[in-house]
Design a protein around this ligand. Structure first.
Ligand code: AMP
Ligand code: GLY
Length: 422
């Protein structure tokens, strides 16, 4: 059978890589893909991104099912369009994707259904927003309502920063429509974890847990990024915590959507903040897999992902029991010079070793120019090492990172550090 993966990042490379391992796969297309998916002989890049053109391609090539990586096509309604044409696709409808595409929608939803999250208010008027900040004090968190490619959140430690963020988003209209409305919420302290499940409209199938590293520099310093690395499993999510998150957050979210008349299908990613007393709260929802979380998670998945996806689009996820590699996977992102503000493109990449059972390198911002690999985006590669402990997985990943070279490469040396503490 043939499958299509929509997207071009490390997440999509990891999904396509895993799907292609199935014996039943003839071809995995990636649209538009990257330099790594171009090099993998089991994968084929196609230069399309418009949903209607993708649907035409799927019909012409008799592709059995489509998996969507990023949020933008989901929020634009790619799932509605494919289903309208009778095509099988795994992801949320445009309406369901509002859990991610509108922070205001997500917060109102959580409040309505009693799902633990930070206290908040929404604003379109800058004067009212400034007054609310003065009333609440700092630290406080300002979020653009719409999709802002991971750049729409300011965690303001001072009142000055908070007021500036409001001006930036509301008054200067820096995010266009995405920032015409903002959410201002209570600052939550604690440790974050990524809790991702698959949902077929009725059944919920949790994936392995993971933790992202959002800051550019070691010890969580420097600016926020799309993610400098992730590892799985996340020991903070003990079996008891897992049960509690399912009971207090995931199940009520799927049930709440149904109560509101929206059937949720696709990946649901709850970004959690777990406080020092062990209470989990939802920082945000994403309606897709995380990037870079997908890379270590896929490296650990032993089950046939094609079969899992078939169950997901057929509403039979209750028949699936996932099997995971018991080892820890640590994924280290290698980012371009200038990332995150102004990543440089066009640096030649050398030294990526062949995949081994202990280490695999997924591509993100890479492209092939006359057979040579070059940087082509902010996050360039994600090197995933596997080992019997966090330390051993780190050793595997960093041995490979140290063999890879491109000018200006930025990466952290401490991916997985929270896992070492537990
Ligand atoms: P979000 O896109 O909503 O997940 O926000 C991006 C990052 O900002 C999160 O991963 C957290 O590190 C941080 N963040 C978001 N909301 C809060 C909050 N209410 N309190 C503390 N940190 C937050
Ligand atoms: N790793 C965070 C995200 O995918 O949104």
């Amino acid at each position: 059978m043939k499958i299509l993966v929509v997207g071009s990042g490390g997440r999509e490379h990891a999904l396509a890589w895993k799907l292609a391992q199935s014996e039943r796969i003839q071809m995995v297309y990636v649209a538009p893909g990257n330099g790594g998916t171009a090099r993998d002989i089991r994968l084929v890049n196609i230069e399309l991104s418009d949903p209607a053109q993708l649907a035409d391609f799927v019909q012409k090539e008799n592709i059995s099912l489509t998996v969507v990586g990023p949020e933008v096509p989901l929020a634009a309604g790619i799932v509605d369009l494919f289903r309208g044409r009778g095509l099988k696709i795994f992801g949320p409808t445009r309406e369901a994707a509002q859990l991610e595409s509108s922070k205001d929608f997500a917060k109102a939803f959580m409040q309505r259904h009693g799902i633990p999250t930070a206290k908040y208010q929404s604003f379109t008027d800058p004067e009212l927003a400034h007054a609310y900040i003065d009333q609440e004090g700092a630290p406080i968190v300002i979020k653009a309502d719409g999709l802002a490619a991971g750049k729409g959140v300011v965690v303001a430690m001072s009142l000055g920063e908070a007021h500036a963020a409001v001006d930036h988003m509301l008054a200067d209209n820096r995010f266009g429509d995405a920032g015409a409305r903002i959410v201002i919420e209570e600052f939550l302290a604690g440790e974050e974890a990524s809790f991702i499940v698959m949902c077929d409209g009725k059944n919920i199938l949790p994936l392995a847990t993971s933790q992202d590293h959002k800051r550019l520099k070691d010890q969580d310093e420097g600016p926020n990024t799309g993610g400098m690395g992730a590892y799985s499993p996340a020991p903070i999510v003990t079996p008891a915590m897992h049960a509690r998150v399912m009971r207090e957050i995931i199940n009520p979210t799927i049930a709440g959507m149904a109560k509101d008349g929206i059937v949720f299908t696709g990946f649901l990613y709850a970004g959690l903040m777990i406080d020092s007393a062990g209470n989990p709260r939802t920082l945000e929802f994403n309606c897709r897999m995380g990037d870079p979380e997908t890379q270590p998670i896929m490296a650990r998945l032993k089950s046939d992902l094609v079969a899992v996806m078939e169950h997901a689009v057929n509403g039979t996820l209750d028949a699936v029991e996932l099997e995971w590699d018991r080892r820890t996977a640590v994924g280290v992102v290698m980012a371009a010079a200038g990332y995150p503000d102004d990543p440089r493109k066009g640096d030649v990449i050398d030294g990526i070793p062949a995949e081994t059972p202990e280490c695999v390198t997924f591509h993100a911002g890479t492209t092939q120019v006359q057979g040579k690999l070059q940087t082509n985006g902010g996050r360039v590669l994600c090197v995933v090492g596997l080992g019997d402990s966090v330390r051993m997985a780190q050793k595997q990943a960093y041995e490979t990172v140290d063999q890879i070279h491109f000018n200006g490469a930025q990466f952290r040396r401490d991916i997985g550090w929270r896992g070492l503490k537990h």
